[in-house]
Design a protein around this ligand. Structure first.
Ligand code: NAI
Length: 243
């Protein structure tokens, strides 16, 4: 029970990596507040996690909704030990054809969201003089990917944000790290045609796509006491796609 009496917030917790991460924390005894833009999936996931989980419908790109969510968690539990910025979307397309709306949506949901959430929890964490923030980046935020200029820019931005905030909050014993997944089997990657999937897997030294649990394990580790001396880092969990 690594997280008994700890309060963990996970964005985009209704599905995929967010749901696996919330599950990992509940198994370790945490109280877990998940939010998601999808209310049906969010409620179902929270119910399946049991009484230690709560769900609130939040669009993480909306500053006020995020502030209201964080305030309600602080009112309920009086503390925030871990924030996982996980919610993310893709709106792929080549740069010459990419719509401005698709650029804005991806930057808002993937990057501005992290600003909204980190700013909102930082007051509580600074007062506590403890906290863990883990941001979901991506291997493509480091190596690039054609057809994903918006997504890649958002994930590279997440990495920069992680390092800047890690330096700002280190003196209060708050660590800030990023996990960079490779190719993970979730709804986000489910629509890829079989041929593209096979081509992706050939790029992975460990020879398989990752699971949401592979990523959740790294997030839970970074939030644990064992990771107290790790901050400002990007941990790649990609089967070796990037070395
Ligand atoms: P997913 O699509 O399976 O789940 C994302 C969740 O976020 C969904 O429940 C969705 O409703 C929620 N969400 C979307 N927009 C939201 C918003 N505005 N406000 C609140 N919630 C919102 O995606 P997956 O694969 O679990 O991805 C999780 C994170 O991991 C994302 O940040 C993604 O970019 C990152 N990642 C995923 C990879 C993959 O191969 N699946 C690879 C690298 C990074």
């Amino acid at each position: 029970m690594l997280f008994k009496n700890k309060v963990v917030m996970v964005t985009g917790g209704a599905a995929g990596i967010g749901r696996a991460t919330a599950t990992g924390f509940v198994k370790e005894g945490a109280k877990v507040a998940i939010c998601d833009v999808n209310p049906e999936a969010g409620k179902t996931t929270a119910e399946s996690l049991g009484p230690e989980a709560t769900f609130q419908q939040v669009d993480v790109s909306d500053n006020k909704s995020v502030n209201d969510w964080v305030e309600s968690v602080v009112n309920q539990y009086g503390q925030i030990d871990v924030l996982v910025n996980n919610a993310g979307i893709t709106r792929d397309g080549l740069i010459m054809r990419m719509k401005e709306a698709d650029w804005d949506a991806v930057l808002n949901v993937n990057l501005k969201s992290a600003f909204n959430c980190i700013k909102a929890v930082s007051k509580t964490m600074v007062k506590q003089r403890s906290g863990r923030i883990i941001n979901l980046a991506s291997v493509v935020g480091v190596i690039g990917n054609p057809g994903q200029a918006n997504y890649v820019a958002s994930k590279a931005g997440i990495i920069g944000l992680t390092k800047a905030v890690a330096k700002e909050l280190a003196s209060r014993a708050i660590t800030v790290n990023a996990v960079a997944p490779g190719f993970i089997e979730t709804d986000m990657t489910a629509s890829l045609p079989d041929k593209a999937r096979e081509a992706m897997v050939t790029q992975i030294p460990l020879g398989r796509a990752g699971t949401a649990q592979d990523i959740a394990a790294a997030v839970v580790f970074l939030a644990s006491d064992q990771a107290a001396y790790i901050t400002g880092q990007v941990i790649h969990v990609s089967g070796g796609m990037y070395m």
